[in-house]
Ligand binder design. Structure first.
Ligand SMILES: C[S@@+](CC[C@H](N)C(=O)[O-])C[C@H]1O[C@@H](n2cnc3c(N)ncnc32)[C@H](O)[C@@H]1O
Length: 208
């Protein structure tokens, strides 16, 4: 299907070495971002991203959704060895948005930091960090706690190893996320509404 959008990332303005997000990527994750996050445009809201890499998804949210002056984005990235100097690129790219005052970037594992936020704090959380099932489950449970009632969580790579089994990410992953996400969906079934389930899973919190 041909998908038309006005909300493109300017790849000449920013530095990117990988694309797991835009319309030019295989997964075209941005389509779900447009569909489910447009409701937050021009509203004061709090977003959190677990795994920012060079900032493509973060920049898209800043340019297209977090347009209210009081909206905020928290980015956690561990800066893993395979990502080379992506953390420095993330910072440079975020400065190029001119919205750096709305962003808090933390280098470190999300799991150690998520426990520091109060309950019901975020409107949206994007889980796209470590893709091993054990960590995905931990991220999902900790994120649910700090998500507002009515808030949204997106879990990336639900079909890692299934849809594109020969991708480098799929080959490197010992215990892919699907098992963890299925388990999360099952144990939180009464508290969530599944908005979308394909390569990603999007859920809404309907009960504390
Ligand atoms: C797939 S990339 C994120 C891509 C980004 N969301 C985008 O769409 O442009 C995954 C990132 O998660 C980071 N990461 C891995 N494990 C993490 C963890 N436990 N906590 C925070 N970040 C982590 C890696 O350093 C890497 O930069």
């Amino acid at each position: 299907m041909f998908y038309k959008t006005k909300n493109k990332i300017d790849k000449n303005k920013y530095k990117f070495t990988e694309d797991w997000f835009s319309h030019e990527s295989e997964s075209k994750v941005v389509i779900q971002f447009e569909k489910f996050l447009s409701q937050y445009k021009n509203k004061p809201c709090r977003f959190l991203e677990i795994g920012s890499f060079e900032g493509m998804s973060a920049i898209w949210m800043l340019e297209n959704i977090l347009t209210h002056k009081d909206s905020r984005l928290w980015c956690f990235d561990k800066g893993e060895t395979w990502t080379k100097n992506s953390f420095e690129t993330l910072i440079t790219n975020i400065y190029k948005t001119n919205k750096q005052n709305q962003v808090e970037i933390t280098k470190g594992s999300a799991e150690e930091n998520l426990v520091n936020f109060p309950r019901s704090y975020f409107d949206f959380i994007y889980i796209d960090g470590d893709h091993e099932a054990e960590t995905v489950l931990e991220d999902a449970i900790l994120s649910f706690r700090i998500l507002k009632l009515g808030g949204i969580i997106a879990l990336d790579d639900y079909l890692l190893g299934i849809r594109w089994p020969k991708s480098p990410g799929a080959i490197a992953c010992k215990n892919p996320p699907k098992k963890a996400i299925d388990y999360f969906l099952e144990i939180y079934a009464e508290k969530i509404k599944i908005l979308y389930k394909d390569y990603q899973v999007w859920i809404k919190k309907i009960k504390e």
